[in-house]
Design a protein around this ligand. Structure first.
Ligand code: SAM
Ligand code: SF4
Length: 456
């Protein structure tokens, strides 16, 4: 194949991986690579993987089987393809990946992406290699920033990593092992990155981190800033109309963050706040460091400062030792809060985590049955939340064209997808924020018409 080399990056799992994949693409762009959405035409294929549950990790190995066949086909056509595995599976399994999937040329952990160009040159010279070090240099300093064109192609809503890693050590979770200790980026670096995004047309920024509200990055005069203070600063950047942050730990919902929800109109009234369980006994066994009452108190405080706040959460069912009474406590917490949406997972034992060695594991049949019951309760609440939006008007940020001509798709303040049609749609451009009246519902989105002229 002639011309610039092509890279195809496939992201699994969380938003942190989406952000990292963009940074890898930007860094490789500096080496002459262009991105392709078609794996069959790529010279370099990177799978950016997730290790959070067994199913996620196993998906990577089935995907590797497919990619191996592409690599073999390319070789028959006289073309060489490099195959890299990045992300948390790379960090957790290291050389074992190459043993199970010998077609893999490079295994690279999340802390080493800044070294990708060097690592690829070494692979070309020396053959397969593994880099899962936690280096001393700051990877964010060395990863290339996106070009304005790349930013525009990715849309008007962007993620910015402000914090990485986790020191909480919940007993079920691999993140502290795969992403390492908590690390916050300095305020000045984050502000510069958001300013660049705003200059390229981004209107909404989501500050992300495995434990984003534990943020304690260095401020301009050397003292540590909280996430609340960082949000206040980012809200001042011209062009940025909307802010969000994710994922938060209930134990780190400190006062300045709650105050930011009262003081910043651009901070959207939607929060993803994982609780995992409604039972204090299970929360203690999970080492969550908060109680059910603590969680409900935070919800109450946030609703006090922002009455229209919508909440989403994560739940794990069938954690070791979970009884029917513990599970009933989770269902009652759901009823008490009234979530706008939520993710729920069957507990998945992860090698090396304390919970995997706990004796009283819950059977798969029970985990499955509890998951269905919880999902039914959450679906009911989501339907109630969406139904309450019918007939209401709120501002929508338009992100892309719809599937049909004359249709635009955007996001509500509460993170719902909103599809808009009607004769006034041509007056609105991608990146505009306009008031929409909701006229119809489907299980996954809202439909509406423009209520008045686009706001600035
Ligand atoms: N840092 C966030 C927090 O404190 O909740 C979440 C991080 S984790 C990437 C996302 C979600 O995956 C968790 O909230 C939890 O519900 C789920 N999860 C993590 N480990 C799990 C496991 N071993 N089995 C099932 N679900 C798990
Ligand atoms: Fe995992 Fe979140 Fe607990 Fe950290 S706080 S160990 S990322 S679940």
């Amino acid at each position: 194949m002639s011309g610039a080399p092509k890279v195809h990056i496939r992201s699994f799992g969380c938003q942190m991986n989406v952000y990292d994949s963009h940074r890898m693409a930007d860094t490789l762009a500096g080496e002459g690579y262009t991105e392709t959405a078609t794996p069959g035409e790529a010279d370099l294929i990177i799978l950016n993987t997730c290790h959070i549950r067994e199913k996620a990790a196993e998906k990577v190995f089935s995907e590797l089987g497919r990619v191996r066949r592409l690599k073999e086909e390319a070789a028959r056509a006289g073309r060489s393809v490099t195959l890299a595995v990045a992300g948390c599976v790379a960090q957790a399994e290291g050389a074992e990946i190459i043993r199970r999937a010998p077609a893999v040329d490079l295994v690279v952990g999340p802390q080493s992406y800044q070294r990708l160009p060097t690592l690829l040159r070494r692979v070309a010279r020396e053959g397969a290699l593994v880099d899962t070090e936690f280096p001393v240099e700051d990877k964010f300093d060395q990863l290339t920033a996106p070009s304005p064109q790349a930013t525009r192609a990715r849309g008007v809503a962007a993620f910015v990593t402000v914090q990485e890693g986790c020191d909480k050590f919940c007993t079920f979770c691999v993140v502290p092992y795969t992403r390492g200790a908590e690390l916050s980026r300095p305020v000045a670096k984050i502000v510069a990155e958001v300013e660049r995004l705003a200059d390229a047309g981004v209107r909404e920024v989501t500050l992300i981190g495995q434990n984003v509200n534990a943020y304690h990055g260095e401020g301009p005069t050397g003292e540590a800033w909280t996430l609340g203070r960082l949000l206040q600063r980012v809200a001042e950047i011209p062009g940025i109309a909307r802010l969000r942050y994710t994922t938060s730990h209930p134990g780190d919902m400190e006062d300045s963050l709650i105050a930011a929800h009262r003081e910043l109109p651009g901070l959207m009234p939607q929060l993803h706040l994982p609780v995992q369980s409604g039972s204090d006994r299970v929360l203690a066994a999970m080492n969550r460091r908060h109680t059910r009452t603590d969680y409900l108190r935070i919800i109450e405080r946030l609703r006090h400062v922002r009455p229209d706040m919508a909440f989403s959460s994560d739940f794990i069912v069938g954690f070791p030792t979970e009884t029917e009474a513990d599970f009933a406590a989770t269902l009652s917490l759901v009823e008490e809060v009234g979530f706008a949406s939520a993710f729920s997972f069957k507990y998945s034992p992860r090698p090396g985590t304390p919970a995997a060695d706990m004796e009283e594991q819950v059977s798969d049949a029970v985990r499955h049955e509890r998951l269905l019951r919880l999902q039914r309760a959450i679906d009911r609440q989501q339907a109630v939340f969406n139904a309450r939006c019918l007939g209401r008007s709120f501002e929508v940020l338009f992100e892309r064209a719809g599937r049909y001509p004359g249709q635009l798709v955007g996001r509500s303040p509460y993170l719902q997808t909103v599809q808009v049609e009607g004769e006034r749609v041509p007056d609105v451009a991608i990146g505009d924020i306009a008031r929409v009246t909701v006229t119809q519902l489907s299980p996954n989105s809202l439909f509406g018409t423009l209520a008045d002229a686009p706001s600035a």
